[in-house]
Design a binder for this molecule. Structure first.
Ligand code: BG6
Length: 318
């Protein structure tokens, strides 16, 4: 083999290569991670709620209400609240029946367990495909006494939030640390930020039956076309297998892939319902959000004593 004369030399791996940065806010309420590409995520320890996710070009991908409570007094209106151990209003007679709507995970202060990161050296100065994973934990010992007595079980949740270029993944491991089984539901209540709801359509849920939470219909007629929004929309799609694409002006804006989460809730409160929520602002904010919530909520999942369940979502900003 003839050796090229002007063969480029190997790119040196500089010890100064930019790496993902993670910091904790001075008041110890938030964890912020930034990639060398400018991608950034901000997580409130209260609820382990992702309250901001920005792409490298500075574009915010999540809707956060201007009146959202970020002081730990109420679940956050926006971002990605974590719903556990029940979805929706409590059902009397069920073991979660004394909890409040969507459970306690979104309104408990989680523990920050630490970070792990991976760096690629493929694009010097840009940080290549680096990613950073933030882990948070919640267990019966750190939820408040009201939630503890309303749902008297031993459990451990490990929530991992991974930021990579143009992508955010959230995954939850749920462990039953007692000997008998209990039932639960889980969901990532993701508020996606969009420019104009009247230009938005969602594909990937066509031909699926759904529960219409606005009309109360248990088996609403499957629709052949993509979902569009002209009024309050609150639907629970079950057994959804395909990835979900959120388009704006017919151009893909987000792609959501799911792992072990068979259900998808699609929610927009529209004008009247938004007005009725004290923590929802501005009043026309419903035009710039759509919730696409990956979860397992169609039925109860049973977790045997000593077992762990895992599920997650991966959102790509396009
Ligand atoms: C959605 C539900 O997941 O959450 C809606 O499908 C509900 O019915 C919405 O209104 C917001 O719930 P909350 O408890 O945050 O006001």
């Amino acid at each position: 083999m003839v050796e090229r004369k002007d063969k480029p030399s190997n790119i040196p791996i500089s010890p100064l290569m930019p790496t993902p940065q993670v910091s904790i806010s001075d008041d110890n309420t938030r964890v912020i991670a930034t990639l060398p590409t400018g991608d950034r995520v901000e997580v409130l320890l209260y609820g382990a709620t992702v309250i901001s996710w920005r792409s490298g070009n500075g574009k915010e991908n999540l809707f956060l209400s201007e009146e959202a409570h970020l002081d730990g007094s109420k679940a956050v209106r926006g971002g990605i609240p974590v719903v556990f151990p029940l979805f929706g209003a409590p059902q009397s007679g069920h073991e979660t029946g004394k909890l409040s709507q969507h459970g306690f995970a979104r309104s408990s202060r989680w523990e920050y367990l630490g970070k792990s990161s991976s760096e690629s050296t493929s694009i010097p100065g840009m940080g290549g495909d680096s990613s950073v994973k933030l882990d948070f934990g919640l267990s019966e010992g750190i939820i408040d006494s009201k939630a503890q007595s309303a749902w008297n079980h031993k459990f451990g949740l490990t929530y991992s939030i991974t930021l990579s270029t143009g992508e955010l993944s959230t995954s939850l491991a749920v462990s039953n640390t007692e000997t008998s089984s209990w039932e639960f539901q889980v969901l990532f209540h993701t508020y996606l930020k969009i420019d104009d709801i009247s230009k938005v359509s969602i594909t990937g849920l066509e031909e699926l039956q759904y529960v219409d939470r606005v009309s109360g219909e248990k088996q609403a007629t499957a629709q052949q076309t993509s979902i569009t929004f002209r009024k309050e929309t609150d639907r629970v799609y079950t057994k959804a297998e395909k990835p979900i694409t959120v388009l704006e002006n017919d151009k893909p804006r987000f792609k959501v892939k799911r792992d072990a989460l068979s259900d998808v809730v699609v929610w927009n409160p529209w004008e009247e319902k938004a007005k009725g929520m004290a923590d929802f602002a501005p009043a026309d904010g419903y035009k710039s959000m759509v919730c696409v919530e990956a979860g397992s909520v169609g039925q109860w999942m049973t977790l045997e004593g000593g077992d762990t369940w895992e599920g997650g979502q991966r959102i790509k900003a396009l």
